[in-house]
Ligand binder design. Structure first.
Ligand code: GRG
Length: 286
């Protein structure tokens, strides 16, 4: 049932994204459409499901799902650049700077980030809730959220001083957690409802997601075969696995998954897809 719901959401998000991007001219338009293909659509799915829980229509929620998938896609395009992670492949295909060139990749990321806000403005919600949603997305993506996490990561690698568990947790709450949290809180934000239950869920889910990413780096993500661990300096980089050990990291991820599920108690069985999404994050292989 969860798998069917996820696949249905993936198809709907894919169609909506390509429709939103269909009129964009030049190579940048081609690269935006290319970049927005594929992926698990976890963030978009969280936005759609949290909206369903708060009686926000799927049409309205789709603007939020598309916007967050565009911001996520931008972060991947920029993260893959030679000045950052220098990756050749993303989602099993050449990265944007490999398929086109670096200037195209920089502009494609910039375009996806700014266009995401234009798409979000189309959401049919009352103006004060829309401002709340836009402000929260700016905060999640920017220097108090994802950019902060990425900057802390780069600084830690340059300093060659391995971080402790609290520092890694802070870094990852920004780098991967902030967009995941925004997605899960989009529903109550659009409805003008209390966000606290979904905030608790998303915080744990984001950390569990990152711990599993670190585990996949060690055990072999078929998409990248542990490529980050093979890079210069990456072997000395602190991760949840290097700090907690493989078994400790798996156990922490399972505990966080359970805490995430428990945070949704007040929604009862209505939240089963979000609870299953937490199990999916733990079991995923890519
Ligand atoms: C460039 C400002 C800036 C930030 C980049 C998110 C990020 C920050 C970098 C991505 C590096 C990375 C691979 C981090 C691990 C966690 C992560 C975000 C993985 C990719 O997300 P998935 O697995 O990707 O949800 P799909 O392809 O399924 O959408």
């Amino acid at each position: 049932m969860f798998q069917a719901a996820l696949e249905d959401a993936q198809d709907r998000i894919e169609t909506a994204l390509q429709s939103e991007l269909s009129g964009i001219e030049t190579t940048i338009g081609d690269a935006m459409r290319y970049t927005c293909q594929g992926g698990k659509r976890l963030r978009g799915f969280l936005a759609l499901e949290s909206a369903r829980l708060h009686d926000v229509s799927q049409g309205t929620a789709m603007s939020a799902a598309c916007a967050i998938e565009m911001v996520h896609a931008y972060s991947l395009v920029h993260d893959d650049l030679p000045c950052m992670d220098d990756d050749d492949l993303r989602r099993g295909r050449p990265t944007v700077h490999k398929k086109w060139d670096e200037a195209t990749a920089v502009l494609t990321g910039d375009a996806l980030l700014t266009y995401a806000f234009e798409v979000l403005l189309k959401a049919d919600v009352n103006p004060s809730r829309q401002i709340d949603l836009l402000q929260a997305l700016a905060k999640a993506a920017g220097p108090q959220g994802m950019v902060l996490g990425q900057a802390l990561d780069i600084a830690a690698e340059a300093a060659k001083t391995p971080l402790g568990i609290d520092e890694i947790t802070h870094l990852q709450r920004g780098k991967t957690g902030a967009l995941i949290s925004w997605s899960a809180m989009a529903g109550p934000r659009m409805a003008g409802d209390d966000t606290s239950a979904l905030e608790g869920y998303a915080d744990r889910l984001g950390l569990a997601f990152q711990i599993c990413d670190d585990i996949l780096d060690v055990e072999g993500n078929p998409e990248d075969m542990g490529k980050r661990l093979q890079k210069d300096g990456a072997a000395n980089k602190a991760t949840f696995v290097s700090l907690l050990g493989l078994d400790g990291a798996k156990s922490r991820a399972r505990d966080l998954m359970q805490d995430a599920i428990d945070a949704l108690e007040s929604y009862g069985t209505e939240a089963r897809n979000l609870k299953d999404a937490a199990r999916f994050v733990i079991d995923r292989k890519t």
